[in-house]
Design a protein around this ligand. Structure first.
Ligand code: PGA
Length: 252
């Protein structure tokens, strides 16, 4: 564990992504025991797959109970139905929702096929508010420093909004669309930076060498919309859980 006094983010490194996922899953299960009505913010992407596998295993063994928990996912592609094989909703069904005892009515998701996307974003913000806000937001990080789909830009949008995806982000999501970046939607809906920063507690997970540079800039760099994750330094309760590879540039 590293927690240098001049860093506002608490960093924990693990030997590998399996150890990281096991520890975080155990912490979430403990959080659910303490507060069964936990409101969780959830990410998609390759990084949380192992976490979701561990949570599913804990739930199967009766060691994690999601029956009264509420979830809000960070983002969704625009222009595809929830049932589309490439949607984040489908991803979550496959990796978590179909494997734990969450009540369907307490699973919240942005609808990227909504007829009025601005109204859809407002609906989502209102639902987060009426749930009492997010207790624990789990985040991944893009290689370009995005969190949710808050992409590097001249300015960051505060609340849930519609966003144009960067080419790099579309390439990184190609696996969901048969490996073809051209088939990845050009736009998405995403919680905004303020939506994320209003979570009571945030845990960002990052694994692999490709994340080492953006993690270093997130932790030691200035706050800049060119690296949206740098704004996490403003929050008082952020943990970064990293494997050795993602932490590589920090320790050097
Ligand atoms: P990844 O994506 O987990 O697939 O690297 C993370 C993200 O883009 O937030």
């Amino acid at each position: 564990m590293t927690w240098l006094p001049d860093l506002s983010l608490r960093i924990t490194t693990f030997p590998d992504d399996r150890a990281l996922a096991k520890k975080l899953a155990a912490d979430i299960a403990a959080g659910l025991r303490e507060n069964p009505r936990l409101v969780l913010g959830l990410p998609t992407g390759r990084t949380p797959i192992r976490l979701y596998r561990e949570l599913a295993a804990l739930c199967a063994r009766g060691e994690a109970d999601f029956s009264q928990a509420t979830t809000f996912n960070l983002d969704e592609f625009v222009g595809i139905e929830a049932s589309h094989p490439g949607s984040y909703r489908t991803f979550m069904e496959q990796h978590l929702f179909g494997k734990v005892n969450l009540a369907p009515e307490r699973i919240h998701f942005l609808n990227g096929a909504a007829p009025d996307l601005d109204a859809e974003c407002r609906r989502y913000e209102a639902e987060i508010t009426s749930a009492g806000g997010i207790h624990l937001q789990i985040l991944g990080i893009g290689t370009n420093g995005h969190i949710g789909f808050n992409e590097p830009a001249r300015e960051l949008v505060a609340r849930t909004h519609r966003v144009a995806l960067k080419a790099e982000t579309r390439r990184n999501n190609a696996a969901l669309f048969g490996g073809d970046p051209e088939r990845v939607p050009h736009e998405a809906l995403s919680m905004g930076m303020v939506t994320i920063l209003h979570a009571r507690r945030i845990i960002l997970i990052a694994t692999g060498k490709s994340k080492a540079r953006c993690i270093d800039r997130t932790v030691t760099g200035p706050l800049t919309p060119k690296l949206p994750a740098s704004f996490l330094q403003l929050h008082r309760h952020v943990d970064l859980l990293l494997d050795q590879a993602a932490a590589e540039k920090l320790s050097s």
